[in-house]
Each structure stands twice: as C-alpha cells, then as structure tokens.
Design a protein around this ligand. Structure first.
Ligand code: T46
Length: 133
C-alpha cells in the first residue's frame, strides 16, 4: 500500500545532507514540489485519493500522522523522520492529522497540479475501485 524510502544521510563535521534525485532514489521523475506547514493539530488534511499521481511525503520537521486506505485495509504511520520518505501510488485514500506546531511536510509529486486527478468523495473512491467512475 506504501513504501518507505530510506534516504542516505550524508553527514560530516558540518552537519547532515540528504540528496533526492528523481527516478533514482524516488521512483518517478519529480515534476512538482510543495510543502505544508502551520497546520493546526486539530486539522485533517488530505481526505482524497489520486487517480494517477504518485507522491513521496517527507516530514522535514516536527511530526504528523498519515492514514492510508486502499479501500480494503487502513494503516496509520507516524511521520517524524527527515531521512525517510513515504511513497504513495495512485488510488490510495490519504488523511493527514495530529500535526505538531513545527511540522513541515515536504511532498514530491510525479505531475503538475491537476484538480481532475483528485477523488475527493470517499464513496466515489470506492466506486472507482469497483471499476466504476
Ligand atoms: C496530497 C496531500 C498530502 C495548488 O494550487 N497546487 C498544489 O500543488 C497543491 C498541492 C494545492 N493547491 C491548492 C489547491 C487548494 O486550493 O492549494 C489548496 C489546498 O490544497 P488541498 O486542499 O488539496 O491540500 P491538502 O493538504 O488537503 O492535500 C495536499 C495535496 O493536494 C494532495 O495531493 O496528497 O497534500
């Protein structure tokens, strides 16, 4: 349902560095990058699935929770490690919640922003999985 990507932390006496390269340590060409911050702890973000989009989520600072759902099974993952990315492919319902006040969530996406790629109703998501639309 998801994959954890372990990014190599390159450290020396000056500190640490993580390098991310599309189609190398991320399994797609990166066409868009966005980041989410200043989200209150009682807010739920996401609540949608994507028809085609692939994404990698990396929590650069603080923490938040990710709930993913393939229509059959749900999993909850704590995001709090800037050396790990969570790869989510198409047709996975996702919800983000319990943001810490210092949470900065970086997202790498395989395509430009396209509202028609979103499925924002859970019942529609289930219909798509059954082969409807
Ligand atoms: C996802 C989770 C993790 C843009 O104009 N361009 C963009 O690239 C994005 C991502 C959003 N927007 C606009 C669309 C909305 O008016 O920004 C506003 C907030 O977007 P949304 O409500 O979709 O934000 P989240 O945090 O619920 O979801 C976002 C991504 O949209 C989504 O792909 O997987 O983060």
């Amino acid at each position: 349902m998801y994959q954890i990507i372990d990014f190599k932390e390159i450290g020396d006496s000056r500190g640490s560095l993580v390098a991310i390269e599309g189609s190398k340590n991320v399994p797609f060409e990166i066409k868009r990058i966005y980041y989410i911050f200043n989200t209150h702890s009682d807010v739920v973000r996401g609540r949608h699935a994507h028809k085609k989009l692939k994404q990698v989520l990396i929590c650069l600072s603080g923490s938040c929770m990710l709930r993913i759902d393939n229509g059959f099974r749900k999993e909850e993952i704590l995001l709090n490690d800037r050396t790990k990315g969570i790869y989510i492919g198409p047709m996975i319902w996702r919800e983000l919640y319990s943001f810490s006040s210092d949470c900065v969530l970086l997202v790498l996406a395989s395509d430009h922003y396209n509202e028609s790629d979103y499925i924002r109703e859970y019942s529609t998501f289930l219909d798509f999985l059954k082969g409807g639309s």
